[in-house]
Design a binder for this molecule. Structure first.
Ligand SMILES: NC(=O)c1ccc[n+]([C@@H]2O[C@H](COP(=O)([O-])OP(=O)(O)OC[C@H]3O[C@@H](n4cnc5c(N)ncnc54)[C@H](O)[C@@H]3O)[C@@H](O)[C@H]2O)c1
Length: 410
């Protein structure tokens, strides 16, 4: 299959690209390398020593004999370039990762909010519009987020995208329908993900586009078997307060002897998936496209749920690290339940990697191995969801000595 991976230089995009190439697909990456520029803006580096995209691709060719194409392209701004890429490649499928994916980054300031909205909405809309204008029959696979459902804890098991409802017809009878599950975004980034759903529903209805929207949980882990074949292929690992996903942050904190920082009570429940399962799910989605005329396929791409304080406890038990609770910079429920369906991808053959079996590997192979590259000053969260909880949280971090880092390694 010919596949274009938009955002193929990123944390999920790079392992997906080489996994698909390993499976025999013909892969072209399109990326504007904005993620690398954001590292420069924030003054941080991936904990793992990632190489430039050109080096990654050359190393993969050397090791596997397979060629991955690369086009430097801003999907949100260069519509003509995107359309030309489609015409040149005539792909069977597009995998869409080209987004600003960090909730804290999207909340940093007015500029960051506006950038997130401009980038994410235009990227998705340009892509859909270009597929229609190209006249090609392309299966679009998008990486969405479980965050679109929100974490309100409604007591309802979250279905895969569509909710069955029963409403009065106003004449004493009832009408039954399946509707898109109501959204409840918790950040500007998540807000853009909720808009994506409407773009997909519209282009599916109006133009018959075949679309799979994967509502992904928080990704943990770093490598897949293909990225382990040579250090030049290594995937990125973010541990900083803006981009580090919660489990990776906790692992890194343990490795450098920093207390494990849990926001609020840590009673927030979130959905998780290992990066190896992410790439497998995408391969499964590509092999099982919706038929012409089908509505948008929505799968919940997550394999387990945990409360944040339980994750911290798990990491503390593995490593001997201490746990500290900080004021929550986010505006969110202190405690929530999260029950979600994920039967579609399991039915397609996904066999999940569990936290309980693979967590220690991540501590030793990544966090401990590369801890000398960690800049502990980048660990604290600096984004605040509202300016009025800013001063309070920073003050607590400073008074607890958390900004300079601890001493006791794991
Ligand atoms: N990482 C997670 O835990 C997670 C969880 C749920 C969903 N997702 C979704 O998966 C997707 C990828 O996330 P990620 O963690 O790999 O992010 P990332 O920032 O590491 O990767 C995104 C890539 O897209 C590129 N990009 C961004 N805007 C672009 C544009 N306008 N044109 C071209 N390229 C552009 C970036 O340079 C980067 O290489 C996102 O849509 C995100 O919402 C990620």
């Amino acid at each position: 299959m010919k596949v274009i991976v938009l955002g193929g230089d990123g944390f999920c995009g790079w392992p997906t690209s080489i996994h698909l190439s390993h499976l025999g697909h013909e892969v072209t990456i399109a990326d504007n390398l904005s993620r690398r520029n954001i590292d420069n803006e924030l003054g941080v580096n991936s904990l793992t020593p990632i190489t430039p995209i050109q080096t990654r691709i050359a190393a993969w060719k050397e090791i596997s004999g397979r060629q991955i194409g690369f086009r430097f392209l801003d999907v949100a701004r260069d519509y003509d370039g995107l359309l030309q890429l489609l015409k040149d490649q005539e792909p069977d499928a597009l995998v869409h990762f080209a987004k600003l994916p960090s909730a804290p980054y999207s909340m940093k300031s007015g500029r960051h909010k506006r950038y997130t909205v401009d980038n994410n909405l235009n990227a998705t809309h340009n892509l859909l519009c270009a597929v229609v204008e190209s006249g090609l029959d392309v299966h679009v696979v998008h990486l969405g987020s479980m965050g679109v459902y929100g974490y309100g804890g409604t007591g309802v098991k979250i279905p895969e995208g569509y909710l069955s409802v029963r409403a009065s017809d106003g004449q004493g009878g009832w009408v039954e329908r399946e509707i898109l599950h109501p959204t409840n975004p918790g950040s500007i980034y998540h807000l853009t993900k909720t808009h994506d759903q409407l773009f997909f529903a519209y282009y599916n209805k109006n133009d018959g586009l075949r679309i799979t929207d994967l509502h992904q949980g928080i990704v943990w882990g770093t490598n897949i078997p293909e990225t382990l074949r040579d250090e030049r292929l290594i995937n990125r690992f973010d541990y900083d307060g803006d981009y580090g996903t919660v489990l990776n942050r906790l692992l890194m904190q343990a490795a450098v002897g920093h207390p494990l920082t849990v926001y609020g009570t840590g009673g927030q429940t979130r959905a998780f998936i290992h990066i190896q399962d992410t790439v497998r799910c995408i391969a499964l989605a590509l092999n099982n496209p919706p038929a012409n005329g089908d509505r948008v396929s929505i799968f919940n791409q997550m394999t387990e749920t945990h409360r944040i304080r339980d994750l911290a406890k798990m990491v503390a038990e593995l490593t001997g690290a201490q746990i500290t609770h900080l004021p929550n910079p986010r505006i969110e429920a202190e405690e929530n339940e999260l029950f979600a369906e994920n039967k579609h991808l399991l039915a397609l053959g996904l066999e999940p990697i569990r936290l309980s079996t693979a967590l220690m590997q991540e501590v030793t192979q990544i966090a401990l191995r590369y801890r000398a590259r960690c800049d502990v000053s980048k660990i604290p969260a600096t984004s605040r969801w509202r300016q009025d909880n800013h001063a309070q949280s920073r003050g607590v971090e400073a008074s607890q000595g958390l900004v300079s880092g601890g001493k006791r390694p794991v």
